[in-house]
Design a protein around this ligand. Structure first.
Ligand SMILES: NC(=O)CC[C@H](N)C(=O)O
Length: 377
């Protein structure tokens, strides 16, 4: 028999359901994600630190979990909120069910709640703190108070919390059916990647395109990075608010003073914006999903993209040497920028997908082309 569970929002709304993960209490910012698949990649994306994810697709867990489908070394999401966990999963790659995985990874999670109602609340009022409690005799008023105690994501520097402790090398390439992951044994470029909470598929896609990578902790000074003589510097995705990451902004400014190509994704995009003199702000409920249309303003192509962010680069704050390259067709917000006087550009969504469509993978090729231009074969 499943134990009861309660999701309490800071505004006092209560959702009664069942516990499908570990027993306990968790708090975080409640967001909704519209991806239909990819729950394991989402749970292990470090950008979700301190966030509880509502998946709007009603059946979550159909294909179980696989040890190969992780985006980092562990689960980072603060909790999972779903409509229905199927009794059975079916997938030749799976080694356990989603429920078993949640217990094994100490994730507090709730199912059997009206996720459509919850999403409508988050959409109209904005993302807000929540608390999941499991067990009998739950004190709902105490759960609402716990939710409120979370405060806001604004002002929280979480990149330095989730980053690697020491630098490491990465050579693993993209996953292929029948072959799994292979190694990059003949690299042409050396990329130093700042780890603000990096997703593995970004590293895999760079390795696939001929890079060997040195992943460095978020607070590594620019001088140490430049001493590694990189052909390019990558700024990763990551959790929290970009604005308090002053060490990163300072390091990026020092790297921009050279002619080394720079590519940023998500938090890395926001940090490139801040380092260039732009401002960032918190969005109402952000973008989380795998079905967001974004336009490349140069080619006019519209791509369906993977998204996961709650902050944005403010267009009106952009200095004259930064141009907008991509725009969200949902709300018109900035989705990509490029410096006009430096080989530096960034994307707000997730070109590495995982989960999601691969429409924006060409940005990795663009980064490779910038490095190749500077370092002819
Ligand atoms: N995926 C990310 O890198 C997210 C960036 C940032 N934490 C935001 O929420 O906007």
């Amino acid at each position: 028999m499943s134990k009861p569970a309660l999701l309490a929002l800071a505004d006092g709304t209560l959702f009664h359901g069942i516990s499908i993960g570990t027993d306990g209490t968790t708090i975080g910012e409640v967001v909704f994600n519209t991806a239909m698949t990819g729950y394991q990649e989402i749970l292990t994306d470090p950008s979700y630190t301190k966030q509880m994810i509502t998946l709007t697709y009603p059946h979550i867990g159909n294909y179980g979990v696989s040890p190969e489908d992780v985006e980092s070394h562990s689960v980072f999401a603060a909790g999972l909120i779903i409509r229905d966990l199927p009794l059975l999963h079916s997938n030749f790659r799976a080694d356990m069910s989603l429920g078993e995985y949640l217990v094994k990874n100490n994730v507090v999670a709730i199912a059997d709640i009206d996720t459509r109602k919850l999403t409508r609340i988050l959409r109209s009022k904005g993302a807000q703190p929540g608390c999941i409690v499991t067990g009998d005799n739950i004190d709902a008023a105490a759960a609402v108070e716990k939710a409120k105690s979370f405060g806001s994501m604004a002002g929280q520097d979480l990149a330095k919390v989730v980053t690697c402790k020491e630098s490491f090398a990465w050579t693993k390439r993209e996953w292929k059916l029948g072959a799994g992951y292979s190694e990059q044994t003949n690299p042409k470029f050396h990329v130093v990647a700042y780890d603000y909470g990096v997703k593995y598929n970004i590293l895999r896609m760079l390795a696939e395109r001929g890079c060997k990578l040195t992943v460095v902790p978020a607070q590594t000074p620019a001088a140490d990075v430049l001493a590694l003589k990189p052909d390019g510097v990558f700024l990763s995705n990551g959790p929290g608010d970009p604005e308090p990451c002053d060490y990163a902004i300072k390091a990026i400014q020092a790297i921009l003073a050279t002619d080394v190509p720079v590519f940023g994704i998500c938090l890395g995009h926001q940090l490139l914006g801040l380092a260039s003199g732009a401002k960032t702000s918190k969005m109402k409920f952000g973008h989380h999903g795998a079905n967001h249309p974004v336009q490349d303003l140069a080619s006019k192509h519209v791509m369906i993209t993977s998204q996961n962010h709650g902050f944005q680069v403010d267009e009106t704050s952009l200095p004259t040497n930064v141009k907008v390259t991509h725009r969200s067709l949902f709300d018109g917000t900035v989705q990509g920028i490029a410096l006009t006087d430096k080989p530096a550009f960034s994307f707000q969504g997730h070109p590495e997908a995982s989960p999601g469509p691969n429409d924006v993978a060409y940005l990795f090729d663009k980064f490779i082309a910038l490095m190749a231009e500077r370092k002819p074969a």
